[in-house]
Write a protein that binds this ligand. Sequence first.
Ligand code: F58
Length: 796
Amino acid sequence: MSTSALKDSVLSHLKYSLGKDPEHATTYDWRVALSLAARDRIVDPWFESTRATYRADAKRVYYLSMEFLIGRLLEDALVNTGVYDDAKAVFDDLGLNFGEILHDEPDAALGNGGLGRLAACFLESLSTLGIPAMGYGIRYEHGLFRQRFEGGRQVEEAEDWLTQEHVWEFERPEAAFEIGFGGQVYENGGRAVWRPQEAVIAQAFDTPVVGWKGEWANTLRLWGALPKTVLDLQRFNAGDYAAAAEPEALARTISRVLYPDDTTEEGKHLRLKQEYFFTAASLRDLIRRFEAEHDDLRDLPKRVAIQLNDTHPAIAGPELVRILHDERGMEFETAMEIARGCLNYTNHTLLPEALERWSDGLMGYLLPRHLQLIERIDTAHQTQHPGIAIREHGEVKMGELSFIMANRVNGVSALHSDLMKVTVFKDLHDMHPDRIVNQTNGVTPRRWLRTCNPRLSGLITDAIGDGWIKDAERLSELEPHVNDAGFLDRFVQAKRENKVDLGQWIAESMGISVDPDAMFDVQIKRIHEYKRQHLNILETIALWQEMRDNPNGDWTPRVKIFGGKAAPGYVFAKEIIYLINSVASVINNDPVTSKWLKVVYPANYNVTLAERLIPAANLSEQISTAGKEASGTGNMKFALNGALTIGTLDGANVEIREHVGADNFFLFGMTAEEVMERRTVEGHAWDAISKDPRLARAVDALRNGTFAGGDHDRFRGIADNISGPDYFLVASDFSDYWRASREVDQAFRDTGHWARMAALNTARSGWFSSDRTIRSYASEIWDALPSKPLRNIAAE
Ligand code: F58
């Protein structure tokens, strides 16, 4: 497509789709017109992909996930369809600021963190690889809450991305299913019949997801909840307007908010409803599609692979059995076998408290037939494999249910998969030793290098051509270039320019000035005790104290950057946020240290902010307590973008270190095994503190009001935790973290060597592409083949 054709398309959409004259068009209007022009380019490959799938009668992959953290879509679509430069030229020509237009798009924040972002990367890779697939989830009206800081504390606000038209989606009123809840189970001629008490409509909204060069596009189908009857006319006519509108309000509640946690009872009730709502609609939809072409449901496992992204869609097991057994009259055992043949489960956490459980009471109330079937599944399993129960202490354990109903169960990094076998799923693994397989996570190199870091990706393409974008392992071809001083200079230059841009943004948006030559040291992720943002801030405090002791020292300048949200009900995580912001306001205003040390915590960390921060990072903080971070995916994005990691042997850090080389990674801390041992030592925290005066002084600063305007109590909770139970072993790992951090300081001063290490990180991180992960799921779990690429629309 030529620039002029694209321009015509944009102007035509502005006129005919938006009804706007260019003279009066706003940034929003231009953005929507460009998005529609870009969307037009995706529709043909999208249709062709579907037709090709039907023609080949190909096996389809269905990825069921409560979360798809897709972020903005316009820039990605322009890059993947090869019209980014044309689009920029069009807007330059129109005299409009292209960057501003791209930044006008709200983030689709339909996820909490890594789990949701992984689903988004997977969708893009499935399309790039041409694997027929569909993502199924919920079309939340309000995505993850917007975070603000008020006096340093997190304040949550409703997110409202859908108040503007979501131009990427197509509403499908014809793809709608009635989903029931509650009610009774009756027997009719020896068959169980579930009569739900209430029902809502799940209606589909489709977003095409285009792969690299527009060769293939899959669908993200999100379900919106609608009432069965819009208005209770009798009540309305009787003048009771509020009651008349109630059914609509109640139904819509289901797809209203993304749950950041489920600490309240009401929250639990609604969350289980959400889980069943989208799972049941998705299963009905895929069965309908299967039956349009095939007539024997026993062939379902040959044509359909369903991936459960965590336990949130775990009700798929009993629901599929219910459909096949109760509704289609199959034997229970056959129904079980078919369901198990289709279903696979990905686990994302080893934290026992994070594994979902539903009380029998709630499950029986909302899904009475499913509770009966779970009991039957449990009995059938126990008959063959005594010793493990899905239901225990009046609760349904969704991890166990998912495991038992799955053909394959996977962890998301080598260490995590190994630990699953000896911790949370030990007994089940012993019974089914072939079921757990590892699938180390990955990230899409299109968004997380090509698009977010045009300077570095341009340099890479100049050096080795653009084959790496589709085949990231070809980044290894950069290795010979890391010995070329000219290449390294340009590598450093690209990073520096990214840092200058970020510095400008920080200055404009936060009023903090940072030195682009300082080390940009970044920790961005959900705030959680096990991720140990408090270890990072404690080290920052200790460093600041040493700088003040020795103001003539030759310190390596650092900008400590934090980003992340805490679940609204997670009190300790919110205290950590408050502490980081309080430390920032003291340190950033200290004239003695401000040339060396700054602490920056921009609010509302999201995909777009990650795209800004990662390309500008020198150091990536991956400092979780070993054995607790399932994988991490941010760690991969940083390495790909030439940041060095300081990290523990946890999650995928282990594999990153193996790939980039131990010399190009700053390792510290206890191993998962040592962690378990250390916990058994009584008074481990006190012991660590008494041995490290630096740590003692930093903890003391939390108690003496240094960061609380003299208030001794404000951060007492954190101090008491670190020096008391310290379950996540902040104190015990502190000294080694300090040691590694000082090694980082030293290494950063040798700019040539640092540049080489950074470039090697990029050259050796191609394995962490989600294309590799998806290929591996396809061959080891789904038995699904990539279909042939259709055509390269970017080349047309
Ligand atoms: C994350 N889990 C893991 N959960 O923590 C991370 O190690 C891993 O890399 C990533 O999954 C992808 O495998 C995660 O993001 C959640 O966001 C929960 C969703 C449900 C509500 C509570 C948080």
